[in-house]
Design a protein around this ligand. Structure first.
Ligand SMILES: C[C@@](CO)(OP(=O)(O)O)[C@H](O)COP(=O)(O)OP(=O)(O)OC[C@H]1O[C@@H](n2ccc(N)nc2=O)[C@H](O)[C@@H]1O
Ligand SMILES: Nc1ncnc2c1ncn2[C@@H]1O[C@H](COP(=O)(O)OP(=O)(O)O)[C@@H](O)[C@H]1O
Length: 302
């Protein structure tokens, strides 16, 4: 059985015959500030992304007939709308590649949880298919394609923890401490679009230089309005903050608490109400997807 904690995965988890399993790690927004709204309705942000050593697996087998097949079906999401399918199609079009793929998603990340599951799936599809199809796009070219699929996709394509500005397209690599996190999902689903359209959303935080943001206490500007709209998030954060610094990731719904070691994170995680799901994972400044590709390349050349 494959593990969803990538650091414990073996090379045999990556490569099985002519099928490859690629990691799709989760992310956290360690802080998120909203600096204003642009004319097109999108918001200007300053946010710090770090990957987590936990996520989905995307298994891929190349096809010679150009077809893209994706399993299993996700309820209420048409295959053509799935970001994995769209990523594969986009790469085919961009490179005029005549190969196709059978893709299978082993999903554990909550959808609409603020941990970037869909964006990570899309980035992994782009990076992995570019490797398997030998389409030869650079990381920057892949990130540019990724931005067409979602604001967070470029970060996952670059594969390094980063400070992002604008709507997420201006990236500065960063190395925050790789702490342990208890990530908890309340039983609510939160739409990013809804949060960003709330009149009460804090959207006037002054832009600051990164050095200053790294020194001050980390917070999330979406949190106030999300706590007000979703009493379950409010209650969960009130409880969690008694044990460790805790906040919302992205536009929610997941919240996280930070710890110096795994044991402390696990102890608090075990105390949560059984009605909530979640996981314990370490923060990572290099994406497990890129670590895997390095290993594959070493294997191919060694
Ligand atoms: C704000 C973040 C932080 O990580 O939230 P999460 O989705 O992770 O919770 C993301 O950048 C979200 O990125 P993503 O989930 O790709 O959002 P998109 O599909 O591009 O946008 C969904 C909707 O949210 C609003 N939106 C999103 C991003 C942004 N900078 N300003 C916005 O106003 C827009 O109304 C947009 O139509
Ligand atoms: N492969 C995918 N996995 C998850 N969500 C997807 C996928 N493809 C498209 N989506 C759509 O993207 C939305 C946001 O998903 P996700 O990235 O998991 O949330 P968040 O950005 O809040 O972490 C989902 O509600 C769904 O409609």
């Amino acid at each position: 059985m494959k593990t969803h904690q990538f650091s414990t995965a073996l090379f045999s988890d990556y490569k099985q015959g002519d099928s490859f399993n690629f990691p799709c790690p989760a992310k956290l927004n360690l802080f998120l500030y909203i600096n204003g709204r642009r004319a097109d309705g999108y918001h200007e942000l300053q946010t710090l992304f770090q990957f987590l050593d936990y996520g989905d697996w995307l298994s891929i087998k190349v096809r010679n007939d150009g077809k893209i097949r994706l399993t299993p079906e996700i309820p209420d999401l048409k295959t053509e709308d799935n970001l994995i399918y769209r990523a594969a199609k986009l790469l085919q079009q961009k490179t005029a590649c005549r190969l196709g793929a059978d893709l299978h998603l082993d999903k554990v990340l909550p959808m609409g949880g603020g941990v970037g599951g869909g964006s990570s799936n899309a980035a992994t599809a782009l990076v992995a298919l570019n490797y398997l199809w030998k389409t030869g796009l650079s990381v920057n070219e892949l990130a540019e394609l990724g931005l067409k699929l979602g604001a967070d996709v470029p970060i996952f394509v670059h594969g390094k923890a980063a400070f992002a500005e604008g709507v997420g397209e201006k990236i500065t690599y960063c190395e925050p401490p790789e702490k342990w996190y208890a990530v908890i999902k309340p039983n609510v689903s939160i739409s990013t679009a809804k949060v960003f359209s709330e009149p009460d959303l804090t959207r006037d935080t002054k832009k600051k230089p990164l050095e200053q943001l790294l020194q001050q206490e980390y917070t999330n500007d979406c949190e106030k309005v999300v706590r007000k709209l979703y009493p379950e998030v409010e209650e969960l954060l009130r409880w969690l903050v008694k044990y460790a610094p805790s906040r919302l990731t992205g536009s929610g719904a997941c919240v996280f608490a930070e710890f110096a070691d795994e044991q402390s994170a696990q102890t608090v995680f075990n105390l949560k109400s059984k009605q909530f799901s979640g996981f314990v994972a370490q923060g990572l400044n290099v994406s497990p997807l890129h670590k895997m590709l390095e290993q594959l390349n070493r294997q191919n050349h060694g």
